[in-house]
Every structure is written in structure tokens, then in C-alpha cells.
Write a protein that binds this ligand. Structure first.
Ligand SMILES: Cc1cc2nc3c(=O)[nH]c(=O)nc-3n(C[C@H](O)[C@H](O)[C@H](O)COP(=O)(O)O)c2cc1C
Length: 441
């Protein structure tokens, strides 16, 4: 049986329908289109653009959905599906279901409690939460709110290897059981919705809490402040490995408001940081060092040397890259196109999954995300070779509408639909869903 998620489908239905007798409705809409509408209404235009937007004409986002829709489930009958087991095993840990939460940055744009609300919701349901490198709440704070519930850490490889090592060490110390290295964001994709609003949250000091809580990053910021003040400042800036920010915003009320936001978002808050240049220096340091486009396969050795935790590569879509990752001793993959936010016209994540799973040939788990909107999508991804599936934007929409409760309901709805789909398709084990359950008409 599936432990905490045993019979979650019928339980969730009953809970909703019984509450409905008393006139109560769920805290967040169950239907995906309604959930998105409610989330948009609850979010600022900038937050909505950041979360819902994608790269270019957003054709990759459409392709993610189309790829999931084109596969159809072919149910089998008369197979005794009374007892269903949703659990799976991953890196020696038994998880109650094949669902995890994708790392999603800058959640403070969406809700005041941001990552903390998500961490609590994930823990309430026993679903692993992958902390984002671009979180709004330091990983230690989220971990402390999760008890023994599983969490992983997602890493962006910055220009400072010392910072990379520090983030990994902190992740280990706060109980993360895997490191996810995201490889598809060595540069930010071309995102028209954000560009049209001239809005990038990091500029206001949002989404950099993992950095401003890191001793190595803070030391590096201090050193850059000293450099900027020192006698040879100009020469040092010119020889620095990181590019310098040479474009200055116009000086007007909006610029001042952004400067104040930087100070307010920096540890200690607005009043403490009013007279200091630390917040601005942190944002500048972040902007010039947060990613390293020169990253290569050889660099993975460094990560391998710095952690004993399983390392998964996120954003692998080519079977040759999958094979190479296995050869180099990586422990898992996440097939993902970052929800269509990076390259317009990219292969749909689900279309890449079967070939990647085949290339890896069972040597390591292959996880999947990008386009998952309900339990039937989870089922299809498992059938096409995924070991587990990560949920992205939908939980953010739940967060926008109803905070922690909203995230819990969204996760619960996806699991409930998955449980029912599993049984209705004639299957009793999440770990046993095979390709023969699907057809492509
Ligand atoms: C607003 C937003 C922020 C994201 N931030 C991160 C991040 O910090 N790190 C990361 O690896 N992926 C990030 N992603 C990608 C997600 O982890 C995941 O791959 C994607 O959301 C899957 O697509 P879907 O939400 O459309 O299903 C982000 C996605 C969104 C929508």
C-alpha cells in the first residue's frame, strides 16, 4: 500500500464533495484553466509575466503540452485495482509517490511566505521539495520547517567555485538528500513578457536569498566593495574574471524605488540597510557572477569531489548527453526544458524522454518535468520511462491563490488524479506503469 497516499484519489474526492454539501468550495480551483485565471488575478503583472512567460513566441511551452496530449491512455479492465501503491524508490529512499516539486525561484513575487509556504506544504504531504538556487528564503529556514521530510537542493554553477562548494556544503548540512545541477540556464533565455515590462526581479534584490545568506558570497561582496573603494579600483575591475556592469539606469523615481527595494530585500530590511551600499553591491555581484556559460563536462569532477550526495543533471534532452552523464558517474537526470523558458522552438520535454531513458538503460533514475498539469500527465511520463515526475508552475499558482494551503491542495489534486488514473487504467503500482498502457493514435 502507498502509506500516506493510500487511496488519496477517493479520499480527496470525498473531502471535496462532502464539504460541498455544506456549501464550501476548494481553496484553489481544481480545473487547470481556472487555477491559472485565479493566480493571474492574485499576482502583479510583473510576477505573472515572470512565472507564466516563456522564451520567444512560447512555442516550446505549447509543444510541452501538445506532446503530453498526443499520447492516449489505453485502460485494461477486470484487474482488481482496489489496492494501489503509489510509492517508488529513489536513491535508496522510499517516497510515498512519484511526485516531487521542481525548483522555482523568486517566489516572493508570488506570495509573502514564498518558499517557506511551499516547504511546509511539501512536508505536509511527504513530497520532496527541490530548493531553488534562486529562492527567496534561505535553504536552512525551509529545511527547519520540514522536519524529516525529504528535500533536495538545485544548484546554478556560478563563476565562483568557492561559492558552489559553499552552497553544496550548506545543502548537505540542512539535510538535502540530492543535488540537482541545472544546466539549461547558463544564460537567461529571451523572454518577451519580462522584456516588455523591463522587469527582472533580481535587479530589485529578489530571489537571491541563497546568496545573501552565504558566507562565501558575503565575503566576495565585501571584497568587491573594498576593491571599488581602493586606489587601483579601475585596474582591478578591468582584470576581473567577471564582466563588470557598465550600463547605468537613468536616475529617476523608479530607480530610487528599485534601490529602496534592494535594501528592503537585503537581510535586516530597509532601515538597517538604508545608509549602507551592501544591498546594491550584493545585487551587482550576483548579476555578474551567478552563472558560468563556459561550464563543461570536465567541471563536474569538482562537484563530484565536493559531495557524496547523489548528483542529478537537470535539462538533459539529448541521448548522447545522457550517456555521457552516466559514464561520468552522475547519479540521475531530469529531462526538462525549463518549462519552455529558455529556447523557443525547443524539443518538447516529453518527446525527449523515451530516447533519454533508453540511452541510460536503467543505469540511473530519469526524472521528468515541463508541462505537467495533472495526474494523467504523471502517468504518461512514467509510462514513457520516467522514474518520477516534478511539478512546476501549478504549485506556484496554488501559492499565489492561497499560500501554503493552496500548494497543499494543488499537490493533493495532482496525486488524487494520478491515483485514480492509475487504477482506472488497470494498474496497481506506480513503479510498474509500462509503455503498453499508452497509444499514439
Ligand atoms: C517562475 C519560474 C522559476 C523557475 N526557477 C527555476 C530555478 O530557480 N531553478 C531551476 O532549475 N529551474 C527553475 N525553473 C524551471 C522549473 O524547475 C521547471 O523545470 C519548470 O517549471 C517545468 O515547467 P512547467 O512548470 O511548465 O511544468 C523555473 C520555472 C519557473 C516557471
Amino acid at each position: 500500500m502507498s502509506g500516506v497516499h493510500a487511496d488519496i484519489g477517493r479520499k480527496r474526492q470525498r473531502e471535496i464533495y462532502v464539504a460541498g454539501v455544506g456549501g464550501h468550495r476548494p481553496a484553489v480551483p481544481v480545473a487547470q484553466a481556472e487555477l491559472e485565471k485565479a493566480a493571474q488575478a492574485a499576482m502583479s503583472p510583473e510576477a505573472w509575466a515572470y512565472v507564466a512567460g516563456g522564451a520567444g513566441r512560447e512555442s516550446t511551452m505549447d509543444a510541452n503540452r501538445a506532446a503530453l496530449d498526443k499520447w492516449r491512455i489505453v485502460p485494461r479492465v477486470l484487474r482488481d485495482v482496489e489496492q494501489r501503491d503509489l510509492s517508488i524508490e529513489l536513491f535508496g529512499q522510499r517516497l510515498p509517490s512519484p511526485l516531487l516539486l521542481s525548483p522555482i525561484g523568486v517566489l516572493e513575487m508570488v506570495h509573502r511566505e514564498a518558499d517557506l509556504a511551499v516547504a511546509k506544504a511539501a512536508a505536509a504531504l511527504g513530497v520532496p521539495y527541490i530548493f531553488s538556487n534562486q529562492a527567496s528564503v534561505p535553504m536552512e529556514t525551509c529545511a527547519a520547517a520540514m522536519g524529516g521530510s525529504p528535500r533536495w537542493f538545485q544548484l546554478y554553477w556560478s563563476r565562483s567555485n568557492e561559492l558552489v562548494a559553499s552552497l553544496v556544503k550548506r545543502a548537505e548540512a540542512c539535510g538535502c538528500s540530492a543535488i540537482v545541477l541545472t544546466l539549461d540556464t547558463t544564460m537567461l533565455g529571451w523572454r518577451p513578457r519580462d522584456l516588455d515590462l523591463g522587469s527582472l526581479p533580481f535587479m530589485a534584490g529578489q530571489g537571491i536569498a541563497q546568496y545573501t545568506s552565504d558566507p562565501v558570497f558575503l565575503r566576495e561582496v565585501g571584497a568587491s566593495l573594498d576593491d571599488a573603494r581602493g586606489p587601483d579600483a579601475r585596474a582591478r575591475a578591468a582584470s576581473s574574471a567577471a564582466p563588470t556592469e557598465d550600463i547605468k539606469p537613468p536616475l529617476n523615481l523608479q530607480t530610487i524605488a528599485t534601490a529602496l527595494a534592494q535594501k528592503a530585500n537585503y537581510p535586516g530590511g530597509l532601515m538597517k540597510n538604508l545608509a549602507s551600499g551592501d544591498a546594491r553591491a550584493a545585487v551587482q555581484r550576483f548579476m555578474t557572477t551567478y552563472s558560468r556559460p563556459s561550464l563543461q563536462w570536465d567541471d563536474l569532477k569538482f562537484l563530484r569531489q565536493h559531495t557524496k550526495l547523489p548528483v542529478l543533471l537537470k535539462g538533459v534532452l539529448h541521448p548522447a548527453d545522457a550517456k555521457k552523464a552516466a559514464e561520468l558517474g552522475m547519479n540521475g537526470l531530469i529531462v526538462s526544458n525549463h518549462g519552455g523558458r529558455q529556447i523557443d522552438g525547443e524539443i518538447a520535454s516529453l518527446d525527449a524522454l523515451p530516447a533519454v531513458a533508453e540511452a541510460v538503460n536503467g543505469k540511473m533514475p530519469v526524472l521528468f518535468d515541463s508541462g505537467v498539469r495533472g495526474g494523467a500527465d504523471v502517468f504518461k511520463a512514467l509510462a514513457l520511462g520516467a522514474t518520477a515526475v516534478c511539478l512546476g508552475r501549478p504549485y506556484v499558482y496554488g501559492l499565489a491563490v492561497a499560500g501554503q494551503r493552496g500548494v497543499e491542495e494543488v499537490i493533493g489534486n495532482v496525486l488524487a488524479e494520478f491515483d485514480l488514473t492509475l487504477g482506472l487504467a488497470g494498474c496497481t503500482r506506480a513503479a510498474g506503469v509500462g509503455r503498453d498502457t499508452l497509444a499514439k493514435p
